[in-house]
Design a protein around this ligand. Structure first.
Ligand code: ADP
Length: 466
């Protein structure tokens, strides 16, 4: 099959979140299954691709032979950030990503080899399925081409004022509530959902949740209408990149057979985070963006009770100012027990994953979540809320003796968090149970190969109904 990924960020070229990981890693797994994959992305500032393909794009290669085309436009893409600056989104984002969509279609024709699947990602590519069906509907070059849209986070929808409609470069008549319009505005994610041939999201549980009022971010009705064309496919983890046995940031390494060295990393973690140097108190670690989604308000509400328990907490993250300040205030209030380092630091993240005993993830919603998978790989037991990808990756210790790898909160509340921390403490004091849990955690596997096979199934279904 010939597949082209179109995305606004792709590792190792540009990244602000999990979208980039998926778009840089899933193509490698598809290529290993024998498919021909290429990628199209914007040539943002700092993207280290020099080779010129044509006047529209530069090109690089990843994997065996995956061509990554970077669409060039200095005024749209040569900026300090991808989507905006600290004052907010760039005001011309509609124009920037409409340009990206139109240029993608032109580039596909420049390349000159018809593709089977255009795999679009998030709102930035939501216009492409419209262009394919409407603007290029009669073009023989695209007759066999179908589109798949993956929703990585439903909260980001690409909403713009209707006054900007002309800049989309599509028929005026499409501005109606069954197509591009959503409550008198342009909504590019909705557009992608309505016009794509198939859609996926990044975990089976999130696929269910986005059809509900609570988690549908207003689009639940639109998604439900197309639910027979929706699949939830769990993201994978790159087990070579995240390997406690061969981790450049951790010396000594450790394995699923012998994880004694975790104690050494725990001591260093306490040292770096200025926590009390005691070995018999469990550390609850956290790595992530400091934002609403990650459940930090619940941590704040529960902290007084939590700090009365024999635990330590180590937070690593950057994000919204109010959460940074709140966590810093808590670390001053509870010295040696609660600590936060406000920075993005790859090296330290490995230390938190390896040196913590438990990994705290009380997310309000979590489309897939990567950090709990990494924590499992490092033998650090997730204590997580019952949402999204957490439900698909964390098996509560009470629900399976042979596979339990973590603790799931019974409810999203202070009492739910207290209860899950108490269950974690209960296990921590019973060595056999704790060892079994760590062994199950380290044996958990969420591979890209398995995800890639699911995606191929969706592509095939798409082509069948062509
Ligand atoms: P999201 O996509 O919602 O940001 P994920 O759990 O899918 O969250 O992925 C977050 C990724 O970013 C993980 O690889 C995590 O290790 C990394 N990360 C997040 N914050 C930091 C930080 N402050 N320092 C280092 N790595 C971080």
């Amino acid at each position: 099959m010939k597949i082209v990924f179109v995305a606004s960020e792709v590792v190792p070229f540009a990244k602000t979140g999990g979208l980039a990981d998926v778009c840089g890693t899933l193509p490698l797994a598809l290529e290993k299954l024998g498919h021909e994959v290429s990628i199209i992305m914007p040539c943002f500032r700092g993207v280290p691709v020099k080779k010129i393909f044509n006047e529209r794009a530069k090109v690089a290669i990843i994997g065996k032979n995956i061509k990554v085309y970077c669409l060039v436009n200095k005024s749209y893409f040569d900026r300090a950030n991808l989507y905006g600056d600290p004052t907010g989104d760039y005001p011309d984002n509609l124009e920037r990503f409409a340009f990206f969509a139109h240029e993608t279609m032109k580039l596909l024709k420049d390349i000159g080899v018809p593709v089977d699947i255009i795999h679009c990602h998030d709102w930035q590519t939501g216009l492409i399925p419209v262009l394919l069906k409407e603007n290029y509907g009669a073009d023989p070059f695209f007759q066999g081409t179908r589109t798949v849209l993956t929703i990585h986070n439903l909260a980001y929808q690409g909403v713009f004022l209707k006054e900007e409609y002309a800049k989309l470069g599509v028929d005026e008549a499409l501005f109606n509530d069954r197509q591009i319009e959503f409550y008198e505005k342009i909504n590019l994610l909705k557009t992608g959902i309505v016009f794509s041939d198939y859609m996926t999201t990044v975990s089976p549980q999130y696929a269910k949740e986005i059809q509900t009022k609570e988690n549908g971010c207003g689009l639940e009705g639109v998604i439900k209408m197309r639910k027979n064309k929706l699949a939830g496919i769990l993201n994978g983890l790159d087990y070579d990149q995240w390997d406690p046995e061969a981790d450049d940031f951790l010396k000594p390494g450790y394995s699923a057979q012998d994880w004694l060295a975790k104690k050494i990393h725990k001591a260093r973690l306490q040292d770096v985070f200025k926590l009390a140097p005691v070995s018999d108190v469990p550390i609850f670690g956290f790595v992530g963006r400091l934002c609403y989604q990650k459940g930090l308000d619940l941590v704040e509400s529960a902290i007084e009770g939590l700090m009365q328990r024999p635990i330590q907490m180590a937070f690593l993250g950057v994000g919204e100012d109010k959460y940074q300040k709140m966590l810093q205030k808590l670390s001053r209030k509870y010295p040696q027990k609660f600590s936060v380092l406000v920075k993005y630091d790859e090296d330290l993240s490995h230390l938190v994953y390896a040196g913590s005993d438990f990994f705290l993830m009380p997310s309000i919603y979590e489309p897939c979540g990567l950090t709990q998978m990494i924590a499992l790989r490092y033998g650090t037991i997730p204590v997580a809320s019952y949402v999204g990808g957490l439900v698909d990756t964390v098996i509560d210790l009470n629900s399976s003796k042979t596979r339990g790898n973590g603790v799931l909160m019974s409810s999203y509340s202070v009492s739910g968090l207290d209860e899950s921390v108490d269950r974690a403490l209960g296990v921590y004091s019973q060595k056999d149970k704790l060892n079994a849990l760590i062994a199950h955690a380290m044996a958990s596997r969420f591979t890209w190969e398995a995800s890639a096979k699911h995606y191929v199934g969706c592509y095939e279904e798409c082509l069948k109904s062509a």
